[in-house]
Ligand binder design. Structure first.
Ligand code: UD1
Length: 379
């Protein structure tokens, strides 16, 4: 292997674009690296995809596989076939995968089978709930991955439990890098608060998209709880994911005025509103962390979380799927003192790094690949 490396990042869904952006910046600054980005097309609406590349300062992907929607098997199988052909053609020195989506799963399998080394960014996350498709994707990505970039010390512990510590590196969290890098820009550029006519602290935010919370029955129950929360406490801004939108349309849902349904937000508007919100209610993994980074209390509409540090630090509260304890929990959060004291802020930095995870990952990737160059079997 020469010391010139070709690395391919595969992404496909909204949270992966946010994780990719700091890696693209670090790759561009590194010597002798050609970095290609393949978009699987898992997310395809402009406001779920193109707007993220644009706002986060990334080039358009080198290739878009355009797989679109489908069942898990259909989506993954279409990606696998297309990725294998691309990887055979280009033979990159390594492939980088991100997080826990079907795009992560397909990229990992396609590359591993043809002996292309795989590095997994955001490795070691576990909900210990195998009913979540993401948990299966994480297990495959970590067990087949050759280099595992763990965002937190807890992720390292999880990898150690599965005998994967030998491949693991504690890198810090690339989503922390993204918030750190973009929050000033978001504050100066976003007009979301003015456009929506809300003052900072005068509203809560909501995001819901997990399959378990978006069946007709579970979403209906959750909407009832959100309406009560909005009436009793503060109005709620609810940018809806396409899956959730489809169910709202099917139910013919008409929200009351204090539950404001919005289209998916751009990254800058999203972090701006998250920072200004009095609290956020979510079932997203990324939003739980972003809330912690932006000092906004979080209520997670799930029974468990991968980001246990946020709960331990006292800035995130699990309120159960279907939001059984939501109304009371929001009341308690609003009545409590600000949980983001000095100790909490210190702990957040200890857990998620210093905002330079991407540089560490790119530097380590280079050293690692040059070291293993002679060990990679031919296909
Ligand atoms: C995926 C990830 C999840 C991540 C989430 C972030 C998997 C298994 N899950 O779930 O880890 O938290 O992304 O959003 O990969 N749709 C559109 N327009 C789009 C994108 C999706 O209409 O731009 C619709 C699709 O038709 C589909 C639904 O939304 O029916 C869900 O999309 P899907 O690709 O299944 O992924 P997510 O649920 O978003």
């Amino acid at each position: 292997m020469s010391d010139h490396l070709t690395l391919v990042s595969v992404v496909g869904a909204r949270p992966q674009f946010v994780k990719l952006a700091p890696i693209c910046r670090a790759m561009a600054l590194a010597d002798n690296i050609e970095h290609l980005v393949v978009h699987t097309g898992q997310h395809y609406d402009d406001n779920m995809s193109a707007s993220f590349f644009e706002q986060l300062g990334m080039h358009e992907p080198h290739l878009n596989l355009g797989v679109g929607s489908g069942s898990h098997a259909e989506q993954t199988a279409t990606m696998l076939t297309a990725l294998e052909s691309f990887l055979r053609d280009r033979r990159p020195d390594a492939l980088l995968t991100y997080g826990d989506t079907n795009s992560t799963l397909a990229a990992t399998l396609a590359a591993t089978k043809i002996h292309i080394p795989v590095a997994h960014v955001e490795a070691g996350l576990r909900s210990f709930n195998r009913a979540m498709p993401e948990e299966i994707n994480r297990l495959v990505a970590d067990h087949c991955g050759d280099r595992l970039y763990a965002p937190t010390p807890q992720a390292m512990v999880n990898l150690e439990r599965e005998n994967l510590l030998g491949r693991a590196v504690l890198s810090g969290d690339v989503m922390f890098d993204s918030v750190r890098h973009n929050i000033e820009l978001a504050r100066s550029r976003s007009r979301a608060l003015e456009d929506l006519d809300f003052a900072a602290g005068a509203f809560g935010m909501v995001t819901v998209h997990r399959p378990v919370n978006t069946t007709d029955a579970t979403l209906r129950v959750l909407l009832g709880v959100l309406e009560t929360t909005a009436r009793r406490h503060l109005p709620l801004l609810f940018p809806v994911h396409p899956r959730t939108r489809a169910v709202l349309d099917k139910l013919g849902y008409k929200p009351p005025p204090e539950l404001v349904i919005l289209e998916p937000l751009s990254y800058l508007d999203n972090i701006c509103l998250l920072e200004a919100a009095a609290f956020v209610i979510t079932d997203s993994g990324g939003v739980q962390k972003e809330a912690a980074f932006l000092h906004t209390p979080c209520l997670t509409v799930r029974d468990e979380t991968e980001w246990t540090e946020t709960v331990d630090i006292g800035v995130n509260h699990l309120v159960g799927s279907s939001g059984k304890q939501l109304v009371e929990a929001v009341g308690a959060v609003l009545a409590a003192q600000n949980p983001f004291d000095d100790r909490a802020l210190r702990r957040i930095e200890e857990c998620y790094g210093d905002g330079h995870a991407a540089e560490k990952i790119v530097k380590d990737c280079k050293t690692w690949l040059l070291k293993i160059a002679d060990e990679i079997p031919a296909e």
